[in-house]
Design a protein around this ligand. Sequence first.
Ligand code: NCD
Ligand code: ZN
Ligand code: ZN
Length: 431
Amino acid sequence: MTQDEGQGRDVLVLGADLAGGGPGDLLVRDGRFADPGDAHGDALRVDAQGLVALPGLVDLHTHLREPGREDAETVESGTRAAARGGYTAVLAMANTNPVTDTADAAEHLAALAARVGSAEVVPVGAVSKGLAGEELAELGLMARSTARTRVFSDDGHCVSDARLMRRALEYVRAFDGVVAQHAQDPGLAGRDACCDEGETSGRLGLPGWPAVAEAGIVARDVQLAELTGSRLHVCHVSTAETVDVLRWAKGRGVPVTAEVTPHHLLLTVDELLGYDPTYKVNPPLRSTEDVAALRGALTDGTIDAVGTDHAPHARHDKEHAFVDAAFGMLGLETALAVVVETMVRPGSLGWADVATRMSSVPAHIARLTGQGRPLAVGEPANLVLVDPGRRAVVDRDGSLSLSRNNPWHGRDLPDPVVATWWRGRRTFARS
Ligand SMILES: NC(=O)N[C@@H](CC(=O)O)C(=O)O
Ligand SMILES: [Zn+2]
Ligand SMILES: [Zn+2]
């Protein structure tokens, strides 16, 4: 199969396991699912026996580096990587240069993606102008723009000023928006903090980032969400303490959702023993106990979704002494692989749960229509075909991303994505 094959032509996907719901045929026609009984003889036939069909994945947390750092990632390269990972939509974080803090910037990004994207790109609007944490950005104008922004985040920075956070939450309620917080109290974890605070940070002599810097902000923000009745989303939860706070808040009925990254589900602070900056990420990799708590929370729904925090960086920003290197790692192409390894193979999640946590729930949090929908006649044909058993050794040079900061390089992992269709167009097919 090639990238273009099947475009403009009916595609009949034969005998796939529909997100755990038993085998079925799918017909893709004119961008939507049609009745498989209507397939013409000249439809392109894809034998999907033994494969699982999931709705196209939706990433709540992607960093595309366009505009500003097109050497690290562009909309084109980032969405190609997304399609290879099984994604049909990504929320593009606002920390570009310039920042997505105006309606114009959001519309420009959405228009660019409509021209060159291999997946839907939904702009995230900044909470504060220039991500400076001082003045609210044009939230209402972004929401009313053609980009229809619903998710607002200063990601990369914490909205640490409680009054600004409260005002942002109050503001977005009018249009059913959500504030996605990068929870990191800058007074407790400064910009140089780069290692989970504990025995390992002491041993390695790296500045520590204490768990309370995350849980403390989340505790404050869930109370602000309760006060305002507005939706809060917690980005990249990394500690057991935060899970406890979320459980408490959800028990009270606070409108809060949360995501976990694939890297926090598998990697621990022990990766830092070799001082390899590939493993430098914000929030940092934590302990084995934290990893267990995060897996438990994703299983029981305390954590609602998986978000990749795909954070591409050029070599010259990453290849430095650990303390000086940029924060972040690639994630789009390998997210499903890591979820299969950590959650599906051990039996914690079934395929229907994967579809929920990686597609329908993220789509709902972002209020996307046409994504995260069931694989049913009339729905947009957003689909990823998955081979549950296949494995491969990850090779960072095989990536479709422009960057190479891949924490999975050399690791034997599931290699589940066989093909991806977005609005009926095949955006990835394994060669
Ligand atoms: N996750 C990271 O380590 N880096 C992100 C910013 C962020 O998500 O906080 C980036 O933009 O590079
Ligand atoms: Zn962040
Ligand atoms: Zn991020």
